[in-house]
Design a protein around this ligand. Structure first.
Ligand code: MG
Length: 249
């Protein structure tokens, strides 16, 4: 069931979103050679809690971190650890904040020092594909319009979109209906309504779209070991189009 949010609820979700966006930014600023993924996670947890929120991911399904921190061929759900980032890595930071009864969810990919030109392109195409998608998020459009726009842009640029993991509704639960794939057919799927709150999160691979889960039961990696990038925001569908909730200001 898709739960529409009223104006008052959207105000709270915007506040929750600001906290998650700040945590993402703080984490991204730490993405430098020599820093551990665990140190980034600690700083993110402190940032979220200092704003009166709690990390949505901590303990979710038993997840041990406050953020998912995934490096290079790791797509999503990387467990923060004593792994040290090095020059040329790309790091995905995915973070959620739970505030006054509502979740927010966002992610981005950061370059650690100087990265390859392919990595740079992958990061920017992934982010841009998100904006191609939400440009379609107007009332009476279909969910598939968003999905198709993301997929087309990614594939035009020679990359692939992950099939096994998708975006989702967000609200009182971290994952609500509907699922929001990064691939699909325009004109198909649920009709968008003002008050829907969704996380669109393109996961884009440099090589094949296939992924597998490591023996830690969390970390999702590309099947071919090539790089992957991720970008996500929670947004609301409004009469004026998509409004990003996980934004700093
Ligand atoms: Mg998400």
């Amino acid at each position: 069931m898709i739960i529409l949010k009223n104006k008052a609820e959207l105000v709270i979700m915007r506040d929750a979103g600001k906290i998650a966006a700040l945590a993402r930014e703080v984490g991204g600023e730490m993405a430098k050679p020599g820093v551990t993924t665990g140190a980034i996670d600690t700083k993110i947890r402190q940032t979220i809690m200092s704003h009166g929120a709690t990390p949505s991911f901590l303990g979710y399904g038993g997840f041990p971190g406050s953020a998912c921190v995934s490096v290079n061929e790791q797509v999503i759900h990387g467990i923060p650890s004593d792994r040290v980032l090095k020059e040329g890595d790309i790091v995905k930071i995915d973070v959620g904040a739970f505030y006054k009864g509502f979740h927010s969810d966002c992610a981005a990919t950061f370059a650690v020092g100087k990265v390859s030109s392919e990595a740079e392109k992958l990061i920017s195409v992934t982010k841009e594909s998100f904006f191609k998608g939400i440009a379609k998020a107007v009332p009476d459009a279909r969910l598939g319009d968003i999905s198709a726009a993301v997929q087309a842009y990614v594939e035009e640029n020679g990359f692939s979109v992950v099939r096994e993991y998708v975006g989702h509704g967000v609200g009182r639960d971290l994952h609500e209906d509907p699922s929001l794939p990064n691939f699909g057919t325009a004109g198909r799927g649920v009709r968008l309504r003002s008050g829907m709150t969704l996380a669109l999160e393109p996961m884009v691979n440099a090589g094949v779209y296939d992924v597998k889960v490591l023996s830690d039961k969390w970390t999702v990696v590309t099947a071919d070991g090539k790089l992957s990038a991720h970008y996500e925001n929670t947004f609301a569908v409004t009469d004026n189009g998509a409004v990003i909730l996980t934004a700093l200001a």
